[in-house]
Design a protein around this ligand. Structure first.
Ligand SMILES: Nc1nc2c(ncn2[C@@H]2O[C@H](COP(=O)(O)OP(=O)(O)O)[C@@H](O)[C@H]2O)c(=O)[nH]1
Ligand SMILES: [Mg+2]
Length: 201
């Protein structure tokens, strides 16, 4: 997709702070440091629109971005960072669950996994939760530049054997090389334009 404009809209921790939900919205979820912010930057061809960090557990707000005045991309705070302060870890669940449960504009949730690792219990819990709440999820395996072809095949096979992931497309992605970017855009556009998601009813 041709990105003509991409801008940061606002950060929020609760519904009263969310921007108007008048555009189809795609949320990016995953563990701390898995590459959520990097993926957004790669999608919109910007180096540091979404702030990235080599220190895990930095993004603790829900960050809204707007692309081409047509689509909203949302960088969710990451989970699973054991060293984050207790109050930060406790705040994550109500903040993210409230967003996912109340935001009518959501068309797709992209769950990012590290392509070198398996699915963690936290990832599985979130995926289960999304299924239960009828939110369409797309699994993206990032940092694919770190894997050989052999390792990719092995990882894909291992993940596909997991009942939670069975039958879902598993898309390799790299913020470093841009691999997977166009395919992701196609899937995002399809979700954003279609009737998928909960709609506005
Ligand atoms: N090699 C490689 N490194 C990546 C990739 N995506 C993210 N990173 C690195 O992983 C770290 C965490 O990335 P970030 O986007 O801040 O993760 P977030 O916490 O999920 O938002 C940073 O040091 C990034 O440079 C990728 O596709 N390939
Ligand atoms: Mg981040």
């Amino acid at each position: 997709m041709k990105v003509l404009s991409a801008e940061f809209v606002k950060s929020a921790t609760k519904p009263s702070e969310y921007p108007p939900g008048n555009l189809p919205e795609v949320a990016i979820a995953g563990k701390s440091n898995v590459g959520k912010s990097s993926l957004i930057n790669t999608l919109v061809n910007r180096k540091n629109l979404a702030r990235t960090s080599s220190q895990p557990g930095r993004t603790q707000t829900i960050n809204f971005f707007r692309v081409n005045e047509k689509l909203s991309l949302v960088d969710l705070p990451g989970y699973g960072f054991a060293k984050a302060p207790l109050e930060v870890r406790k705040a994550w669940k109500p903040m993210v669950e409230t967003y996912l449960q109340t935001r009518k504009a959501i068309r797709l949730v992209i769950l990012i996994l590290d392509s070198r690792r398996g699915i963690s219990p936290d990832d599985a819990t979130l995926l289960d939760w999304l299924d239960y709440h009828d939110l369409p999820a797309l699994i993206v395996l990032t940092k694919a530049d770190k894997l050989s072809q052999f390792e990719r095949a092995r990882q894909k096979k291992g993940l596909a054997a997991n009942p939670l992931l069975e039958g879902r497309p598993l898309l390799f992605f790299s913020a470093l090389t841009g691999e997977g970017k166009e395919e992701m855009w196609s899937l995002i556009q399809r979700s954003a334009s279609g009737d998928a998601g909960r709609g506005d009813s």
